[in-house]
Ligand binder design. Structure first.
Ligand code: HEC
Ligand code: HEC
Length: 221
């Protein structure tokens, strides 16, 4: 009973319209889709489950987890839609758009969205602060260990995804990147990098986080 009340509250929050402010802080579009879309998406997800797990739990080195609560709370639908359509060139995530078509892709997004259990985050899309110099140092010292020196991810023996690739960076906004780096991706090796978190691996200031994003954008390939 309590659970269903919480779910209704979450869905109500998800349905809030985009609210943009001058600072570039906004709530991403996380429209949950219809129950029919979720059901159809679940059926189609059989094509994806071999790499991402039947419930989106992921398989390290094979396919990333898609059902992390805080990651779903930060990712807009467009992140999933574009990734499924255009894939991640150079990885095992192929472009599914041509084979599946828009309707099936939308159903898959609705199914992925159905795993969300927390209200949507607001994303801060304000211009990046910090410096390339700091970003480069932090990348080499911390992030490259799991994402690969050039950010290729799995193909560079990383446990993390290929976040240095343009195919990823083109669909990941600064606000989404800020949220994931600061709060991590729960139930994965991607821990929060923030002094606010008791389980942080390394405490990064907002400026250091921005600097790393600058580094990624400057070196996207
Ligand atoms: C052969 C394995 C494989 C299959 C099948 C597959 N994927 Fe992927 N998928 C991957 C890999 C590998 C990545 C991450 C690549 C990278 O960026 O390093 C990925 C990334 C993604 C991402 C982005 C996740 C993130 O946070 O970066 C989404 C969304 C996704 N896949 C959805 C799907 C859907 C939906 C299907 C089925 C239509 C599917 N995938 C089928 C391997 C697969
Ligand atoms: C201990 C290993 C580890 C370290 C260190 C690490 N990551 Fe990750 N990161 C991961 C893993 C593993 C994932 C993906 C988890 C999954 O879904 O399978 C990930 C996911 C991510 C994502 C989401 C990517 C996507 O495809 O959705 C971003 C962004 C990210 N990391 C940025 C960083 C940055 C920036 C740093 C350095 C401050 C960093 N990571 C350090 C392991 C790590």
């Amino acid at each position: 009973m309590i659970k269903s009340i919480q779910l209704i509250a979450v869905l109500a929050l998800l349905a809030l319209p985009l609210t943009a402010t001058a600072e570039g802080v906004h709530r991403p579009d996380q429209n949950p889709g219809t129950p029919e879309q979720v059901a159809a998406g679940k059926t189609s997800f059989a094509m994806c489950a071999g790499c991402h797990g039947a419930e989106g739990e992921g398989l390290v080195g094979v396919g990333p987890r898609l059902n992390s609560t805080n990651y779903l709370a930060a990712a807009p639908n467009s992140f999933f839609e574009q990734t499924i359509k255009t894939g991640r060139a150079g990885t095992n995530m192929i472009a599914w758009g041509p084979a599946l078509g828009d309707e099936t892709v939308a159903n898959l997004v609705a199914y992925i969205r159905s795993w969300q259990t927390a209200a949507g985050e607001t994303l801060d899309e304000a211009p990046l602060k910090g410096s390339l110099e700091i970003g480069t140092a932090k990348w080499v010292d911390i992030c490259s260990r799991c994402h690969g020196r050039s950010g290729a991810g799995y193909s560079e023996a990383g446990s993390g995804t290929g976040i240095g690739r343009s195919a990823f960076l083109d669909v990941a906004s600064n606000g989404f990147l800020r949220a994931v780096i600061t709060r991590g991706k729960d139930n994965t090796a991607m821990r929060p990098f923030s002094a606010d978190s008791p389980v942080s691996v390394a405490d990064l200031t907002p400026e250091e986080v921005d600097s790393i994003i600058q580094y990624l954008r400057a070196n996207a390939w």
